[in-house]
Design a binder for this molecule. Sequence first.
Ligand code: NAP
Ligand code: VY7
Length: 164
Amino acid sequence: MTISLIWAQSRGGVIGADGVIPWHVSEDAKHFRALTAGGAVVMGRKTWDSLPPRFRPLPGRRNIVVTRDAVWCADGAIRAVSLDDALALADDLPVWVIGGAQIYALAMPLADTLEVTEIETAAEGDAFAPAIDDAWAVATREPETGWLTAGSGERYRFIHYRRR
Ligand code: NAP
Ligand code: VY7
């Protein structure tokens, strides 16, 4: 089973503010949807809550939600009591850990790859990406140099990391 973490962050490592993502870059949402298609998406309960109801469950993926609440349930979601439980519930599907900060921190030691979108925004927030230490090497970048520009004006780039 491969375990990948996927997130989008600001320059300062912000991933969320007041329970939502504080920017809209549709090119990143499209990248996220394409990479996670057909896999299991593992998320914290707060990230499930952050999805607009019309996008829950994320279509075409097994939606696994980690919560300590023994009676939590939602249509289209599978409840997991721990990250290990979530991984077991993924069976042999590729695992995409899709957030938020608490779940990334738990999953980082188990991850094989990281898919990070850097967004050149100064947005402030209260949820942060995990630190990427020197156990990780950049495998590929898109673009190889510089930035892409979103229709909404933000500059962004995709960075794929693998373990050294
Ligand atoms: P989170 O990681 O999504 O969810 C936290 C919840 O997960 C906890 O409240 C608890 O649920 C459950 N949990 C945590 N540790 C657990 C454990 N060891 N065992 C069982 N359950 C556990 O919340 P967050 O860190 O606040 O992140 C949410 C923020 O991240 C939002 O702003 C969201 O928009 C943002 N986000 C950004 C991106 C991005 O790519 N930019 C992606 C995803 C999310 P219960 O309280 O129900 O017990
Ligand atoms: C989370 C949404 C949030 C608000 C509105 C629409 C990277 C992202 C995430 C999580 C971007 C989100 C959405 C976008 C995805 C659509 C459904 C609607 C789909 C992450 N790099 N980017 N994220 N949706 N973990 N990593 O925008 O979702 O996939 O079907």
